[in-house]
Design a protein around this ligand. Structure first.
Ligand code: SF4
Ligand code: SF4
Length: 356
């Protein structure tokens, strides 16, 4: 069961809109390349926020402003949404982490965001995704994002006392700029430089358990197995896969959104509540009948279509729904071919592992 009293974490996705077109991003892949229009609301509303934060969350200590389809600060009322949290919760206890490409709106907006973030826990920060030190390199992945604008906005935020991190997605093609990027991040006042490999472990396990690669055509930019970090991840994943006959059913699923430090849920831009960001982004814009849709079809068909929508239900009623209280929890320990609450492939590939 999901213990509502234990909730200390939320991930909020304010919008499905973004100025960028990163090739491996789900929004680019599903909306732009496939022409699928998001159904329902494309962004959270203040009413959604009132539903969500009309409740006092006494143990809430961490909020991630992040998601699958959009860059949340791009939402036209993003500052008001954050302000509402400060009015209803004990914001000084909440570590607010925002992920952004940073390449939109004005320096004044980012300065104001810095001021607002001071109401949250002192370790709160924005992580700017910057994958190159010149506009051309940066745009190889961050398509349409003007690097000069990112630097201008990040500088306005940092100069106003904001805590900013630089996140670098490592690709083969930008490795040679890595050291210069680290140096620049210090000179510009970023508090940390984070090197990130994307989806390496997930891709290997998906392949091993026979799942289709949904990012076909963009694998060059979504996987990088050349760095030391990637090699370690690849080695570990292969070791685990080789140690069992049936990883899909023999692995242990440890839900990342039910761990002591991150115990909570995700709110999608549509105003729907999910256990985590791995489920909605994958399934809710898939075409019925497609391979990916089939993985989750059982759970789509099991309930009414709006059972998890903040438009129709109170947040506590949603979290008390049998999906959170029983079905999903049971699925973690069931087999993939169970007739009731089968193990979900996405949970296997994202959170499954073999104990050493
Ligand atoms: S900046 Fe983020 S939301 Fe926007 S296209 Fe890139 S990965 Fe997707
Ligand atoms: S993929 Fe499944 S197991 Fe992993 S965090 Fe999401 S709900 Fe939990």
């Amino acid at each position: 069961m999901l213990d509502i009293d234990k909730i200390n974490y939320m991930m909020l996705e304010f919008t499905s809109a973004c100025n960028a077109r990163c090739p491996a991003c789900a929004r680019t892949h599903h909306f732009v390349n496939s022409g699928i229009t998001p159904h329902g609301s494309r962004q959270l509303t203040l009413e959604h926020m009132q539903n969500l934060f009309g409740v006092k969350w006494p143990n809430l200590t961490k909020i991630n402003i992040d998601g699958n389809y959009g860059d949340s600060m791009y939402h036209p009322q993003s500052l008001e949404m954050l302000e509402y949290i400060t009015q209803t919760q004990d914001a000084s206890k909440i570590k607010l982490y925002i992920d952004s490409n940073g390449g939109y709106k004005t320096p004044e907006f980012w300065k104001d965001l810095g001021t607002l973030m001071k109401k949250f826990h002192e370790t709160s920060c924005i992580t700017f995704g910057i994958d190159g030190i010149d506009p051309e390199m940066h745009q190889r992945y961050r398509v349409r994002v003007d690097l000069n604008k990112v630097f201008e906005n990040a500088t306005a935020f940092i100069n106003n006392g904001g805590n900013a991190e630089w996140k670098w997605i490592g690709f083969d093609y930008n490795d040679h700029q890595l050291e210069d990027a680290k140096r620049m991040s210090k000179e510009m006042g970023f508090s940390a430089f984070i090197y990130k490999n994307t989806r390496v472990r997930h891709s290997i396990i998906k392949e091993a358990i026979g799942l289709q690669d949904s990012y076909k055509g963009v694998t060059v930019t979504s996987k990088n197995v050349n760095s030391t970090i990637s090699k370690d991840i690849v080695e570990q994943a292969k070791k685990e896969l080789a140690s069992v006959k049936d990883f899909a059913n023999e692995s242990t699923i440890r839900c990342r959104f039910r761990r002591e430090k991150n115990y909570g849920f995700q709110v999608e831009h549509s105003g729907r509540i999910y256990q985590c960001c791995h489920l909605p982004g994958y399934y809710n814009y898939q075409i019925p009948g497609s391979a990916i849709y089939k993985e989750y079809e059982y759970y789509i068909n099991k309930y009414t279509s709006n059972w998890n929508s903040l438009d129709e239900h109170n947040i506590l009623d949603i979290l008390n729904h049998r999906y959170f209280q029983r079905d999903l929890t049971e699925s973690f320990n069931n087999r993939t071919d169970a007739s009731e609450n089968p193990r979900i492939s996405r949970c296997i590939s994202k959170c499954g592992s073999i104990d050493a």
